[in-house]
Design a protein. Structure first.
Length: 141
């Protein structure tokens, strides 16, 4: 027998899924990482922000897991690039924008099934030697 779909349960399910994606929830799960940070770093992490010199664990506390990780090779050697992306319709309507982009507007849980979604790297964090050396943010507009 099939279980009927109940749209009233969707908001509760979304709260459970999103609840783990806040800096406060990640800090609670990783207090040792948070405790080794300076007070200035802790303040940034609580706000969901990062700075140059953060290590990977600190970035994960502030922003969560990246949507994509790539390796960049140039004349200075190898670096790792973490991308945080948004998904929009081909008309520019925001469908989904991970935790970092939470202030751009509402997001919709059906973004993965949207037939013409466009992915944008809106925020990139570049690591060299395990530390943030560059933060790239696309200007909205």
């Amino acid at each position: 027998m099939k279980t009927p779909f109940c749209p009233l349960l969707m908001p509760a399910a979304l709260v459970l899924l999103v609840g783990c994606s806040t800096p406060a929830a990640r800090i609670e799960k990783n207090p040792a990482v948070f405790d080794r940070c300076t007070s200035q770093q802790q303040a940034l992490i609580k706000e969901g922000r990062i700075a140059l010199g953060f290590d990977e664990e600190m970035v994960r506390l502030a922003l969560g897991d990246p949507d994509r990780i790539t390796t960049r090779t140039d004349a200075l050697g190898e670096s790792e690039v973490w991308s945080y992306v948004t998904y929009e319709t081909d008309d520019g309507v925001l469908l989904y924008g991970g935790y970092y982009h939470r202030f751009r507007g509402p997001t919709y849980p059906y973004y993965l099934d949207y037939p013409t979604r466009v992915e944008h790297d809106r925020f990139r964090v570049v690591f060299k030697g395990g530390k943030v050396v560059s933060i790239e943010e696309e200007e909205s507009g």
